[in-house]
Design a protein around this ligand. Structure first.
Ligand SMILES: Cc1cc2nc3c(=O)[nH]c(=O)nc-3n(C[C@H](O)[C@H](O)[C@H](O)COP(=O)(O)OP(=O)(O)OC[C@H]3O[C@@H](n4cnc5c(N)ncnc54)[C@H](O)[C@@H]3O)c2cc1C
Length: 394
């Protein structure tokens, strides 16, 4: 993607803004948060994100009428690159900004847009994604959480009453709202009869139970709906058409933010090269070989991401990208353990004080699972890129 002089000016603007603002009380937030580290400085990161929002640095790609900047794809790429390079802390509102917001812009009613979009852009309300269930992960159409409409309660059209359970719900403890895929037609099967509901999290009918992860932290959760309620009008798209809306959100999930993620990967690789020099592992030919391969992988990933975002990679482009980065990142974690050698096998202290490399090694186990597992991505490639017959579905 070629940058115009206008884009380069944009790059200078965001770079200077970050340098001038990631100071004072925000300076200590550098590198805080992100996968496996979402517990770090959450309240301070919310304050930082609101500061970004007040200067118009959230929701860049959204149209201005919805609180965005209408930034071009090239500008969004520049923003994410500069943001990652500045080591600014991980964003707290990405599920609202990157998943729900674009879905509402495409499918929401004018009331839903004006109710929710400005608060996502201002980081006043945080969201979580209520898709997966104990019996519905890769096979998302098996969702069984049920919602029924009860008239005469709440707003004029009544209220949805929701019963069921979600699982692996990232950041549910912090979230104010959840976008929930629920079965609204009793007895319906698979993708039919599902609806996409917007549900307030802080109510008596919802219990959130954190799940302790391999890293010792708890970013994802079980969410229990026991007569939880939301207003009848808070359905995105038509009632019963939630499968289409939910799939649209999934397509957005593999979007432009991957470029920023790759800048973070590049930083991790650079730090690992530095560590290899310090530990002497850089003299080991096999380690050198793997470091070299990691660098090539990063270059290939970046080229592929740009091509995919520009629409040049065909229907299986996002799946290819997911496979490239998830395997690459896991291998980097494994390499980091080998660069450190024996000390990588012990925590720094009780109860579970991991260093950054150990956390990377352990948390990257999840990379090949969330956002569609590697096996599912390969099936999509087999069908979409190679034209093989569709896999028999349950
Ligand atoms: C860190 C993390 C955060 C997450 N955050 C969220 C969130 O915020 N909201 C949310 O809704 N979900 C979230 N998830 C859940 C995630 O989307 C699911 O874990 C994922 O879809 C896989 O589903 P599952 O865990 O039920 O595994 P399963 O679907 O049971 O899969 C188990 C294994 O079988 C394989 N498999 C399954 N079906 C097939 C098939 N047809 N062909 C070949 N192999 C197959 C899978 O690849 C996997 O290896 C998160 C997961 C993780 C790890």
């Amino acid at each position: 993607m070629r940058s115009s002089p206008h884009d380069e000016q944009f790059r200078r603007t965001i770079r200077e803004w970050l340098a001038a603002n990631l100071t004072g009380r925000f300076a200590a937030l550098r590198d805080a948060g992100g996968p496996g580290r979402e517990h770090e400085a959450h309240a301070e990161r919310v304050a930082w994100n609101r500061h970004l929002a007040a200067a118009g640095w959230t929701c860049l790609g959204w149209p201005a009428e919805h609180g965005g900047r209408g930034a071009t794809l090239a500008q969004q790429v520049i923003f994410y690159e500069e943001y990652a390079r500045s080591r600014a802390p991980a964003r707290v509102g990405y599920l609202g900004e990157e998943l729900l917001g674009p879905t509402l812009i495409a499918f929401g009613t004018p009331e839903q847009k004006s109710r929710f979009l400005p608060r996502i852009a201002a980081v006043e309300e945080l969201w979580c994604q209520g898709y997966s269930e104990p019996g519905a992960g890769s096979d998302l159409a098996a969702v069984s959480t049920a919602a029924r409409l009860v008239k005469g309660e709440g707003e004029a059209g009544g209220q949805w009453v929701i019963t069921g359970q979600k699982v692996w719900t990232s950041l549910a403890v912090e979230a104010d709202w959840c976008f929930v895929l629920a079965r609204t037609e009793p007895g319906s099967k698979r993708g039919a009869g599902l609806s996409y509901l917007l549900v307030p999290m802080r109510q008596p009918g919802i219990t959130v139970r954190p799940i302790r992860q391999l890293t010792g932290t708890s970013e994802f959760n079980e969410v229990f709906f026991d007569g939880a309620r939301t207003d009848a009008g808070l359905v995105v798209g038509e009632v019963g058409d939630g499968w289409r809306v939910a799939r649209a959100t999934l397509a957005i999930e593999r979007g432009v933010a991957t470029l920023g993620q790759q800048v973070g990967f590049e930083r991790e690789l650079n730090r690992l090269v530095e560590l290899a020099r310090q530990t002497g592992a850089s003299a080991d030919p096999l380690i050198r070989d793997r470091l070299g391969r990691a660098w090539i992988g990063l270059e290939a990933m970046r080229a592929h991401a740009l091509r995919t975002l520009a629409g040049g990679a065909g229907g299986s482009g996002p799946s290819e990208l997911k496979l490239l980065w998830s395997r690459w990142h896991q291998e980097l974690g494994e390499l980091a353990m080998d660069v450190q050698g024996a000390p990588s096998m012990a925590a720094r202290g009780a109860p579970y004080d991991l260093d950054d490399w150990q956390r990377l090694f352990l948390f990257s186990r999840a990379d090949t699972i969330y956002g569609g597992s590697d096996e599912i991505q390969r099936t999509l490639i087999a069908e979409r890129a190679l034209g093989l017959p569709r896999q028999a579905r349950a």
